[in-house]
Design a binder for this molecule. Sequence first.
Ligand code: 5GP
Length: 211
Amino acid sequence: MNKVKKGKLFIISAPSGAGKSSLINEILKRGKGSGSLIELSVSATTRLPRPNDEEGKDYFFISDDKFKDLSSEAAFLESATVHGNSYGTLKNYVDSKLDAGVNLILDIDVQGFEQISKKNIQNTSIFIIPPSIDELKSRLVNRNEDSHDVIEARLKNAITELAGANNYDFKVLNDNFDEAADELYNLIVNRQTQNHEAKHILQILEDLLSN
Ligand code: 5GP
């Protein structure tokens, strides 16, 4: 992994409900429109597919045994248990995409980011911050996917994830979707921040953590 790659690696994390998936989809759409080669890495997971999930597009859905086998073969660049399911980034998949010049986004959690940080792998890391805990809660409730208990567990997990945000290269506040998408796209395509409100974002992060 130390040789020079043609594509760049981006790590994007956020607590669930922060709007990460919608933002990433918007970035992929803009990338296609402008001819930039940006793709989302497809991870392996043991979680069951949701109704709209597509094998090989959203995830490679595999059994617990298969996951253990891949783990013991060191096939994962990083792996983690998130909300009770195993997830892992496939090393060969990432290598072949980067070698092909693809700018690859890893949508992974804080544990995965920490593992990659410890390895000598060049990347740009971005953490998406929700505007408030109330907003996070209402997004989780409104998407109508999870039971009350699951939402409470996700909120608890959100606080733990937010505590890791300061270790990321960039923080993007998602209180206005278009502005957040502009910032994220600019970071990925131009590797520049337009963020003139860094202090404001840090204050929001501090407020979220003191709740
Ligand atoms: P979901 O099951 O809702 O698609 O994803 C749940 C969480 O797992 C998200 O926070 C997502 O970032 C994280 N995740 C997805 N794939 C991976 C992976 O390969 N590695 C790690 N560490 N986290 C992942």
